[in-house]
Design a protein. Structure first.
Length: 573
C-alpha cells in the first residue's frame, strides 16, 4: 500500500471525528514509511487532538529529519507553548526564524510565542515586520495590538489598526479591534456612530453589532457620584420557573438588609411571577421586570445590562450583587448585614466572592441547613459599584472599562485574576488559588451555592435549559456534570459552624417561615413543590420524543450521572 493511501485513510477518519482510529492507521503507516514527511504532518495533526505531549514528539521529529521544512519549527513551538514551556518554544522558533526569516507562518508563530511568554517588545517587533510584509494576514492583528497596549504604545496600536483596515475595510477582526480601541479611549459617541453605519454595511454581522449597540446604550452613562459613606447594596437576579424557591431567595437578601431586590423574569411556565407579586404587596423594595424580549435577543448578559441600568438610575444604593436563585451571599459570622460588610472594605469597583457548593441537602430544606459537605469552587460572583464604567456585565464577573484606578477585591486582598482586554480589564470568572478566600480565615464572605439541592430536585431541574441555551436546540441543562460530583476542596466542619452559628440559622429559618405566612404564599410554594417528584421526573424522561432523546443523549447521560435515573437513561437513550 502506498503512503498516499494510508494518509488519505487517516485523514478521512480525522474528518469524521474519529481521531483514535486515525491515530491507529497513521502509526501503522509510519512503521512502513518511517520519516515520510506528509505522514508525520498528518500524525501531528491527529495526535494534537489527543495528546499534546506526543504531538510535540512528532513535531520534533519533523524538525530533526526535515530541517528545511518551515512548518516543523512552527508546530513544535506551538506545542511547547501549549505545554507552558515558553523558553523552549522561543528557542525553537528562533532557529526557524534564522532559516526562514521571511516566512509568514514562522513570523506569526514567533509573534504568538513571544506574546504568550510575556516578552512583548520582541512580539511587537515580529508583529510589525509581519504586518509590513503580509498586511492581509488578519490573525496577526489582535496579538500585535495586545502587545502594543501592554507596552503602552496606544498611538502605534491605533496606526496598526488603521493601516490594516485600509487594506481590509470589511474584515471583522480589524473592525472589532477598531471598536474596542474606541471603547478603550472612551470615545463612546464615535463608537456608537460607527456601529449604526456597520449594521447596514455588514448584514452578516448584524447580531454581533446590535449586541454591541445594546451594551453601549445600556452601560455608558453611570449615575452622578454617590455619597462616599453609602454602603448599601442591591441584589439583581434573573429567574425562570423558580416558584418553589424564589421566596426563600428574596427573604434571604431582605434578611441581610439588601436595599432592593431586582428580578428579571423570563420564559415562565409556573407561578414565579404571582409569588413575587404577592411579596411586593408587603415589600415595596422588591421589583420585577419581564425580560423575555431582551433574553431572546441578547441572552443572559443582555438581561443583566437592562436590570443594572435601571437599578443604578433608580436605587439609592451604591452597589449591587449579581446572583442566581440558588446562590446565597453569606458573611462571617452570619447574619452579618451587607452594609456592615461593605463599610469595612470600601473603596472598590468590584468585590468577588468564592462559591461554596453545598452537597447532600435534604429535599426542600431551607437555605443554610445542614448538609453532607460544603466545598470550595473556583467560580466567583461579584458585587459591582454603580459608579464604575463597565463594558459588559456577566453572571460571574464584569469586563471593566479601561482605567488606571480600578480596585477589584477578593477575600482580604486585591483580586489578581484579571486579564488585559483590548477595551479594558477582564475580571476572570474563576480563581486558581484556594487559599485566597478560604473559610479558615474569619471575617470574609462567600456565595453558598445550592447547585444540587436533593437528588430529586437536581434531576427535576435538568429539564430547565441553561439561560443561554435555546429550548428548541437542547432539552436538558447543558452545564451539569452529574449529581454529587464532590470537589477536592471540602471545607472543614469547624469553619462552617463558625460561619453559620446554629442559633443564628435557627432564627433565620423562623424568620423565613413567618415571611412565607405574612406574604400569604405558603400554599403557592407547597403546590409548586408538589410538581417535583420521582414519578414526574421519570414521566418527563419517558415522554421525550425519540429524535430529541437521541440528539441530546450525551448531555443526558452526563447530567443524570449519580442519580437513580442514570441507568434508565443509559438503557433508553
Amino acid at each position: 500500500m502506498e503512503w498516499q493511501v494510508i494518509d488519505s485513510k487517516a485523514q478521512c477518519f480525522l474528518a469524521d471525528d474519529q481521531p483514535h482510529k486515525a491515530r491507529k492507521v497513521i502509526e501503522e503507516g509510519l512503521r512502513h514509511f518511517p520519516g515520510q514527511l506528509e505522514l508525520l504532518v498528518t500524525a501531528h495533526n491527529i495526535v494534537r487532538c489527543i495528546d499534546i505531549g506526543q504531538s510535540l514528539e512528532y513535531a520534533q521529529q519533523i524538525v530533526s529529519e526535515h530541517p528545511d521544512y518551515f512548518d516543523g519549527y512552527a508546530r513544535a513551538a506551538q506545542d511547547l507553548t501549549s505545554l507552558g514551556r515558553h523558553g523552549d518554544a522561543i528557542h525553537i522558533i528562533d532557529v526557524g526564524l534564522e532559516k526562514h526569516p521571511e516566512n509568514e507562518w514562522i513570523l506569526f508563530t514567533g509573534l504568538s510565542c513571544y506574546n504568550s511568554a510575556g516578552r512583548h517588545a520582541e512580539a511587537a517587533n515580529l508583529g510589525l515586520k509581519l504586518a509590513s510584509s503580509y498586511p492581509s494576514f488578519k490573525h496577526l492583528y489582535p496579538i500585535l495590538v495586545n502587545s502594543l497596549y501592554i507596552l503602552m504604545r496606544e498611538d502605534l496600536a491605533e496606526t496598526v489598526i488603521k493601516t490594516g483596515l485600509e487594506s481590509m475595510p470589511n474584515e471583522i477582526i480589524l473592525i472589532r479591534l477598531k471598536l474596542d480601541h474606541l471603547l478603550r479611549c472612551r470615545e463612546f459617541e464615535e463608537y456608537k456612530c460607527i456601529l449604526y453605519a456597520l449594521v447596514s454595511q455588514l448584514p452578516e454581522h448584524t447580531a454581533e453589532l446590535l449586541e454591541r449597540l445594546h451594551r453601549i446604550e445600556s452601560l455608558k452613562y453611570p449615575p452622578v457620584l454617590l455619597q462616599p459613606t453609602n454602603f448599601e447594596c442591591d441584589i439583581i437576579c434573573i429567574a425562570s420557573d423558580e416558584a418553589p424557591y424564589i421566596a426563600e431567595f428574596i427573604h434571604h437578601y431582605l434578611y441581610l438588609e439588601f436595599r432592593n431586590v431586582f428580578i428579571g423574569i423570563n420564559n415562565l411556565h409556573d407561578k414565579t411571577e404571582e409569588i413575587i407579586r404577592k411579596i411586593q404587596l408587603k415589600y415595596k423594595n422588591v421589583h420585577v421586570f419581564n425580560v423575555d424580549t431582551i433574553q431572546n435577543l441578547y441572552r443572559q448578559n443582555g438581561s443583566y445590562r437592562v436590570l443594572f441600568d435601571h437599578a443604578r438610575h433608580h436605587s439609592k444604593a451604591k452597589y449591587c450583587l449579581f446572583a442566581d436563585v440558588d446562590e446565597f451571599w453569606v458573611a462571617d459570622p452570619f447574619p452579618m448585614k451587607i452594609h456592615r460588610f461593605i463599610a469595612d472594605r470600601v473603596p472598590f469597583d468590584v468585590h468577588c466572592f468564592q462559591w461554596l457548593c453545598c452537597f447532600g441537602e435534604s429535599k426542600f430544606s431551607p437555605p443554610l441547613s445542614d448538609c453532607a459537605s460544603v466545598c470550595w469552587d473556583a467560580h466567583v460572583k461579584s458585587i459591582c459599584s454603580y459608579e464604575s464604567h463597565y463594558l459588559e456585565l456577566r453572571p460571574h464577573s464584569p469586563l471593566l472599562a479601561n482605567s488606571e484606578e480600578i480596585s477589584v477585591k477578593l477575600g482580604f486582598s486585591t483580586n489578581k485574576n484579571i486579564d488585559k482586554h483590548p477595551a479594558g480589564l477582564d475580571v476572570q470568572q474563576v480563581t486558581v488559588d484556594h487559599m485566597i478566600s478560604t473559610t479558615d480565615y474569619a471575617g470574609q464572605a462567600w456565595i453558598f451555592h445550592r447547585i444540587y439541592r436533593s437528588e430529586i430536585e437536581y434531576s427535576s431541574k435538568l429539564f430547565k435549559v441553561h439561560a443561554n441555551d435555546n429550548r428548541g436546540h437542547v432539552a436538558f441543562k447543558s452545564n451539569r456534570r452529574g449529581f454529587l460530583s464532590f470537589s477536592e476542596h471540602s471545607e472543614s466542619n469547624e469553619s462552617i459552624i463558625r460561619i453559620l452559628p446554629k442559633n443564628a440559622v435557627a432564627t433565620y429559618h423562623h424568620s423565613l417561615r413567618q415571611f412565607l405566612m405574612n406574604c400569604n404564599i405558603l400554599d403557592d410554594i407547597i403546590f409548586a413543590r408538589s410538581l417535583i417528584s420521582e414519578e414526574l421526573v421519570l414521566q418527563k424522561l419517558q415522554s421525550l420524543p425519540f429524535d430529541v432523546a437521541k440528539r441530546d443523549a450525551a448531555i443526558a447521560k452526563k447530567a443524570f450521572e449519580g442519580t437513580r435515573f442514570h441507568e434508565w437513561v443509559l438503557n433508553n437513550y
